[in-house]
Design a binder for this molecule. Structure first.
Ligand SMILES: [Zn+2]
Length: 576
């Protein structure tokens, strides 16, 4: 394609409401335009990226045995009333009425519509399993849509649903889709992790999020450096055995230290000239109306979800300042386990701490040489938020690394959540009527676009992975001499014959303007034909990721660049 004939409206300035890099860059580089809050149009470049992703998704899903359908975007209310979601789905569901006053919803997902389709046409175990998917617009009426394509209201999503005779077969398909998603995101050229989305189930849960790693991601995740376990920090399991407690037989009895006015961990550590790791943190909570205390190493954070599960409590809140004063008999910051008349729960690490400092339950005082088991007792459990460097709870060999992530895909075991209330049933071998067991599998296509940019950009613009780039190569002329244009056209034709997608910047602009646009748009390879090419027959080949900046003879440039492009596209396929 010729730049001069395409609609690529690049901008110098980002829209004032754009905060995250993908929003800024996709607007500035002419990929998207906002129509209303959270609602965007895709321009030609944006559409090309979407098509790249959709093509990979279709190829891999079809190969895995799934079949494409297209369900409507407008769903009648009675379907949603059958599943019960009409009543419980909050304001995110956009509801409308037609001219006859019938109620409808703009679909945020399509479980009801797919169940209605399958239950009418599939009645026998012989027709199962089935895996159907669609690539369709979805609508979620987000309260505060933000971050461009990252969290829009209208978006393109691939949603798939599978139907099975029993749980065992649904689990088999779950694994099939998990493997397929892994291939899809690898082929997209993205650095990602499949993250367990279920709590504490170390045997492998039936809900995984696929997270693209990016510093700007909303989710905080850890992954093991030795096995493939990864999880949200809130959910990550830590090793469950307690280490050997240090020998404290020679530790003197615990004694008070005057610590006037220093209550916060960092202040106490500084005052006592020690490390936060040597301090014992005591957190008072109210669980279903009863006080409890969690004990952690001073530099650690309590994982409230783990604590609540351990207590079996439905409500867990930090104690108010007044409650802390009442329970500890001291100002906030001076609570400690010794003599505290509240059930105590200690994180595993507390046992291994050795003599520690802690609050004395007396304003302006701490205790030193406090020993677990000697000076206080507590129930021991895994209570803290996983952090970088923690040992993996799965393999117990590796250690956790910390990342930020953007969720782009989700595989989920549904069971009979929809098939039972909606009577999606089949006759089994023995002629008994049974509900189908389901799984569901989503990929946010437009979110992948945004996540790819969040992961691959610099101060000059986007740096697309080859597989997702709207064009593989941008061909730029620098200079108006007729010979230059002629050479460029020859390279353009030659590359196209070799199956390379080329954007030919033939505009009558200064080279500086063209280079800036090329960097902003983010096409992986730039070929520049300038005046020097007229004299020495050499053209510049430069990669957007900075890995290559060289000069190649005019006659060879098409073959050199096309094999570079092919190699990179095949790498994703081979790796998949
Ligand atoms: Zn591991």
């Amino acid at each position: 394609m010729r730049f001069s004939q395409m609609l690529i409206p690049t901008l110098k300035e980002a829209p004032s409401d754009a905060r995250v890099p993908s929003h800024v860059l996709l607007v500035r580089a002419g990929y998207i335009r906002q129509v209303a809050a959270g609602i965007f149009s895709l321009l030609p470049l944006g559409m090309r990226v979407v098509h790249r992703i959709e093509r990979i998704v279709r190829q891999e899903l079809n190969r895995a045995g799934a079949m494409e359908v297209l369900l409507p975007m407008v769903h009648p209310a009675p379907l949603w009333q059958e599943s019960g979601r009409w009543q419980v789905y909050g304001p995110q569901l956009l509801r409308l009425r037609d001219r006859k006053e019938f109620e409808f919803a703009l679909a945020p997902t399509a479980e009801e519509a797919i169940v209605a389709l399958v239950r009418d046409d599939v009645r026998s175990y012989r027709r199962l399993p089935l895996n159907l998917y669609q690539i369709q617009d979805k609508f979620r009426d987000e309260d505060r849509p933000r971050a461009g394509l990252m969290r829009g209201r209208e978006f393109i999503m691939k949603d798939g649903y599978s139907f099975h005779v029993d749980e065992e077969d649904a689990r088999r398909e779950y694994q099939n889709m998990y493997d397929t998603y892994t291939r899809i995101f690898r082929r997209c050229g993205l650095d990602f992790r499949a993250v367990e989305a279920d709590t504490g189930n170390i045997g492998g849960s039936l809900s995984h999020e696929f997270q693209v790693l990016a510093d700007t991601g909303e989710d905080s995740i850890v992954s093991c450096d030795a096995c493939d376990y990864a999880a949200n920090v809130e959910k990550a399991v830590l090793r469950r055995q307690v280490g050997e407690p240090p020998d404290t037989s020679a530790t003197p009895p615990c004694s008070p230290v005057h610590t006037p006015g220093v209550g916060r961990i960092e202040e106490v550590a500084a005052f006592l000239q020690t490390e936060p790791q040597r301090l014992l943190k005591t957190l008072l909570y109210i669980a279903d109306g009863k006080p409890v205390a969690a004990l952690l190493r001073g530099d650690r954070q309590l994982n409230e979800a783990k604590f609540r599960t351990l207590l079996g409590a439905s409500q867990l809140d930090p104690a108010s300042d007044a409650q802390v004063r009442q329970l500890s008999g001291a100002e906030v910051g001076f609570a400690g386990p010794v003599g505290l008349a509240v059930p105590l729960y200690a994180d595993l690490e507390v046992v291994e701490m050795g003599p520690a400092f802690c609050g004395a339950n007396r304003t302006d005082y701490h205790l030193q040489d406090v020993v677990f088991g000697r000076d206080y007792q507590a129930q021991v459990a895994d209570l803290r938020v996983a952090a970088a460097g923690d040992p993996c709870g799965r393999c117990e060999r590796g250690r956790y690394r910390h990342h930020r992530g953007i969720e782009v895909g989700h595989v989920f075991f549904l069971g009979t959540r929809y098939s039972e209330p909606m009577r999606c049933e089949f006759l089994d071998r023995e002629g008994r009527l049974r509900p189908m067991v389901m799984g569901c599998y989503g990929i946010g296509i437009t979110r992948v676009v945004a996540a790819a940019v969040e992961q691959n950009h610099d101060e000059h613009g986007i740096r697309w992975p080859m597989a997702l780039a709207p064009f593989h190569v941008i061909l730029v002329t620098a200079g108006l001499e007729p010979g230059i244009g002629e050479m460029a056209r020859r390279i353009y034709d030659d590359l196209q014959v070799r199956g390379v997608d080329v954007l030919y910047d033939d505009r009558d602009e200064r080279p500086g303007v063209k280079f800036k646009d090329a960097d902003l748009i983010g096409i992986p390879v730039r070929i520049t034909v300038g005046r020097k090419a007229l004299s020495d027959g050499m053209v510049e080949v430069r990669r957007r990721d900075g890995k290559l900046d060289t000069r190649v003879p005019l006659q060879e440039v098409a073959s050199v660049v096309s094999s570079m492009v092919q190699r990179e596209l095949e790498m994703g396929v081979a790796g998949a």
